[in-house]
Write a protein that binds this ligand. Structure first.
Ligand code: GAL
Length: 701
């Protein structure tokens, strides 16, 4: 074995911490540099295949038009078979071969799976579950993020890789760990770190007691040692946890911070050893709520994400579209697809196969939303391990067949499109606020059953999708002045500063929409002593003195002469809205509710505030509402779309590209601007354009 010792000297570690603590700014790298090519490739595991096969795979990749692979994110034990003994020889051999085929390399830091020797030597590195039982070694994502030994070892392997590969041929960037999302660990280390984090946040117990509202149930704490990990989750989700919601809210934030800190350790090292020329990214998981992706993203050049939209029958992939808009919103820039659906997915059970044309249109959907690179998971279906049924572009047999050919077609088309795509991104007139504080507040205390931020956003988002309107999903601190319409679904946490910002946005001419449960709580997750929607009451021109949930066996009729035809169905929840100056846009047909509004609009300053006080069953409710809000905000639809066809715009200084994607298996006809160039077929458009099943068109406007 070719090994050498490699560790990071203490002084270097100190200087890393210092330079980052001093907040030195560096220029972020982009997925697609101005003078570089689009990244197109696959996630590859050289350690899974006999060495003589490597060249066959690289040759096939090259023939398919690929130029990148991601490697090594689970190969810790192979790179560090025992503490401080490193073996990169096998990877060097692969990198050398990849360079011959012009295939670039993204290296994963391998800390998502601890080697067995780590667990044996440092048993406390394994996380403890909320039952008090320690996780057995043998899966992945099973480490405690507070454990000093694990952090030290993570820095050790990261530093050793960075030193070894800093000048290696073809290495262009890094992926930190894999899909940060915990686990949440309940060990003593975590408890002590939590207490320190709280000391840092609150300074005094008096402040902590006030923020947590510990006068309730006599939960006042008088020493820091009296703080314990709150019970925030039921083991199987079947009962309501009884921990203090303020403590749980902090526990969620603390756990997010633990992941971010762990990543930061690695980023600091890579930046110091491989400055400037290597990018650093991480593969996110769309709407997983455990970690604030905004915080995680701060340390990265750009974000990447893992997109698996194929499960049951073919349907409209609204969520993949919405997720892409969040991924772009995290750093307000284009992103990379680090893992893209390549075939049937599943661990114990595999779901349906991708149909001909589907792999391609999944890619184009992401391209339309700002993906500047495309990597399939995985190259070849593995013959061993838990993911034997998570299929790659090649099957177990390693033959380049239908799915490989489809990926090659995408690569070829992308290469032709590259010159148009470079420098373009998505520009939107509509923003939807995606707020982790509200997510963490509602987690374990949803108010009405089933309430969660992601579903709340989706109700409106899907209507924008059907209308063919670009949307940004953004954080609460984003500058909203460029948007004409802003929605804040389920914004339960409404600190005064945010309410002031939203009020100013409307006063300056913006159209704002808020809905059920907006403004219930302050920044500590304590309920405001205010009539709802709290600080937004003047903007909305309403007061909500009462509200209630609707159990699944009940529903009420919603009527409106302005938003939709016929009547719609109110489900889940109702705000009893008293208009105080607002115009009623929809109301209820129910004796005890008929004096209350369901939807209102209020003119305030130079803009207007819309409020939606229920959840409708029908899509038509949201289509009518979104239509009316778009008109109010002066946003024009670019096209009239048939059901199942998605339209999205990417724009740059030279190009405006209209992507049309047929997500269905039926032929669709769309009226389009005439005489424009359709870039895939290289032909001019007529007044109408036909899209075959799963077909994609890219029109240069
Ligand atoms: C992803 C993960 C991959 C692989 C894949 C299939 O979430 O990043 O490593 O596990 O799922 O299960």
């Amino acid at each position: 074995m070719n090994t050498h010792r490699n560790s990071i000297p203490l002084m270097l570690m100190l200087s890393l911490t210092l330079s980052l603590a001093m907040g030195q700014k560096r220029l972020e790298l982009d997925v697609m540099p101005a003078n570089g090519n689009m990244l197109i490739g696959a996630d590859y595991y050289p350690e899974h295949w006999p060495e003589p096969r490597w060249e066959t795979d690289l040759k096939l990749m090259k023939e398919a038009g690929f130029n990148v692979v991601r490697l090594a994110e689970f190969a810790w034990v192979l790179m560090e078979p025992s503490e401080g003994e490193y073996d990169f020889a096998w990877l060097d051999r692969f990198l050398g071969l990849a360079a011959e085929y012009d295939i670039s390399i993204i290296l994963g830091t391998p800390t998502a799976v601890m080697p067995a020797w780590v667990a044996r030597k440092y048993p406390s590195a394994l996380a403890t579950m909320n039952t008090g039982q320690q996780i057995e070694w043998g899966a992945r994502k099973n480490n405690c993020f507070s454990n000093d030994d694990y952090r030290r070892l993570s820095k050790g392997i990261t530093g050793a890789m960075a030193e070894h590969f800093r000048d290696a041929p073809g290495v262009i960037g890094w992926q930190t760990d894999n899909e940060f999302a915990g686990p949440v660990c309940y060990c003593d280390d975590c408890l002590h770190t939590f207490r320190d984090w709280l000391k840092d946040k609150y300074g005094t117990l008096e402040k902590l007691n006030k923020s947590w509202g510990t006068h309730f149930w006599g939960h006042k704490v008088q020493t820091w040692d009296e703080i314990h990990i709150p019970e925030c989750d039921s083991e199987d989700g079947s009962w309501s946890p009884s921990g203090n919601p303020g403590a749980c809210y902090d526990w969620r934030q603390f756990n997010s911070w633990l992941n971010v800190r762990f990543q930061h350790d690695q980023v600091a090292i890579i930046r110091e050893i491989c400055p400037d020329k290597h990018f650093i990214t991480h593969n996110l998981m769309s709407f997983h709520p455990e970690v604030s992706y905004y915080d995680l993203g701060e340390d990265l050049d750009f974000v990447s994400w893992d997109n698996y939209p194929v499960w049951a029958g073919p349907d409209i992939p609204y969520r993949a579209s919405m997720a892409a808009d969040l991924m772009r919103g995290i750093k307000q820039k284009n992103f990379l697809i680090m893992e893209q659906t390549a075939g049937p997915t599943g661990w114990g059970v595999f779901w349906r196969n991708t149909r001909p044309g589907e792999i391609r249109k999944i890619c184009y959907q992401q391209l339309a939303h700002g993906a500047d690179g495309q990597i399939w998971f995985r190259w070849r279906t593995c013959t061993a391990g838990r993911e034997q049924y998570w299929h790659g572009l090649l099957g177990h047999d390693g033959k380049p067949l239908r799915r490989y050919n489809e990926a090659a077609q995408v690569a070829e088309e992308y290469r032709d499109l590259e010159k148009y795509i470079r420098g373009t991104t998505v520009k939107s007139a509509v923003a939807i606020i995606y707020d982790y504080h509200s997510i963490w507040s509602l987690w374990g205390q949803t108010g009405f059953e089933g309430n969660n931020v992601q579903d709340a956003i989706a109700r409106y988002y899907n209507a924008f999708f059907r209308a063919g309107i670009n949307v940004d999903l953004v954080n609460t601190d984003t500058d909203l002045s460029a948007y004409k319409l802003v929605l804040t679904p389920d914004l339960i946490i409404l600190p005064d500063k945010l309410a002031e910002k939203l009020t100013a946005y409307v006063e300056n001419g913006g159209v704002l929409m808020a809905d059920c449960r907006t403004g219930v709580k302050d920044e500590h997750n304590l309920a405001w002593e205010r009539t709802l929607p709290g600080a937004l009451s003047p903007v909305m021109g309403i007061e909500i003195e009462e509200y209630g949930s609707i159990t699944p066996d009940f529903s009420y009729k919603i009527n409106s002469e302005q938003l939709f035809e016929g009547s719609m169905t109110a489900t889940h929840y109702i705000d009893w809205i008293n208009p105080k100056g607002a115009e009623i846009k929809a109301g209820y047909d129910q004796w005890h509710l008929d004096s209350f509004a369901a939807v209102t609009r209020n003119e305030h300053g130079r803009g207007s505030g819309w409020y939606v006080g229920t959840i409708a069953k029908e899509e038509a409710f949201y289509d009518g509402l979104v239509d009316a809000m778009l008109r109010d905000a002066g946003i024009e639809k670019i096209l009239d779309l048939p059901a199942g066809v998605e339209a999205y715009l990417r724009q740059g200084s030279d190009n405006t590209l209209l992507f049309l994607i047929n997500h269905t298996e039926e032929k669709k006809t769309v009226k389009v601007p005439e005489g424009k160039k359709e870039l895939i077929s290289n032909s001019l458009t007529g007044v109408e354009l036909e899209l075959d099943r799963y077909e994609v068109k890219v029109i240069k406007l």
